[in-house]
Design a binder for this molecule. Structure first.
Ligand SMILES: [Zn+2]
Length: 242
């Protein structure tokens, strides 16, 4: 195997590692986006629950009003029984009538408020059903994502150990150093010099001398002789010809 071939094999593994690392970064982000979808339906459900509480508070409020008014009426009636004059008696009767009128108003308000309860409960049931359905979907997706995260970590560990083996095949430290330096800035690092003399990385036409060096390198490789680093004059990528 020539040094360029060994480098290309290393680059193939590094390409897989790059993809796996990108995916590993992206998966938790996707998971967070999925989880965030729940906040909308969760807010709807809370609003529906608050709506029912308001209805219940209103019912309770009218109920308390009616109770207080009934007690008031009772007190007036008790007091009225011990009155001496007709005039006082009549005044109390007027007051009692007013209070009883208020009682029946509070009672009918309470009934009207109770009519709102089934609709408020239905809003909760609907919101709960939507929440459950969305949550079910999200849970399923999240558990798929978690499985994928575990699988990617496993694949990455395998690729890393494969990389160690492939890196050991690159016997010339000069090539290795050059490749490793460029790897974080340019990808892919090792590209073909096309037959038109164009760098397949940055697509710049190379001077003829670069083509000659690349051809000589290919011949040296076939003959089992040492190869040299032939680099693009623009982007610095390692160029090869088959
Ligand atoms: Zn280039």
């Amino acid at each position: 195997m020539t040094i360029v071939e060994a480098l290309i094999e290393l680059q193939d593994v590094d390409g897989r590692i790059r993809e796996l690392e990108l995916e590993l970064k992206d998966l938790p982000r996707r998971r967070a986006l999925e989880t965030a979808r729940l906040s909308g339906v969760s807010a709807d459900l809370k609003a529906a629950q608050a709506g029912l509480e308001q209805v219940e508070d209103r019912i309770k409020g009218y109920e308390d009003d009616a109770k207080a008014l009934r007690e008031k009426a009772q007190k007036l009636k008790t007091a009225q029984a011990s009155l001496k004059t007709n005039k006082e008696y009549q005044q109390y009767s007027i007051q009692i009538d007013l209070v009883e009128h208020d009682i029946s108003a509070a009672e009918s308000n309470q009934l009207a408020a109770m009519d709102d309860k089934p609709a408020a409960q239905k809003r909760i049931d609907d919101a709960q059903a939507r929440y459950d359905s969305v949550k079910g979907g999200i849970d399923a997706i999240c558990s798929e994502i978690d499985e994928r995260i575990a699988a990617v970590k496993q694949e990455l560990a395998e690729a890393q150990s494969e990389r160690t083996a492939k890196a050991a095949q690159v016997s010339d430290p000069k090539f290795m150093l050059y490749y490793e330096r460029l790897r974080t800035k340019r990808w892919p690092v090792v590209v073909q010099l096309t037959h038109d003399g164009v760098c397949d990385g940055c697509h710049l036409v190379q001077p003829p001398s670069v083509g000659q060096l690349a051809d000589a390198n290919a011949k040296n490789g076939e003959a089992g002789k040492d190869q040299s680093v032939v680099a693009c004059t623009m982007c610095g990528r390692i160029l090869y010809r088959l």
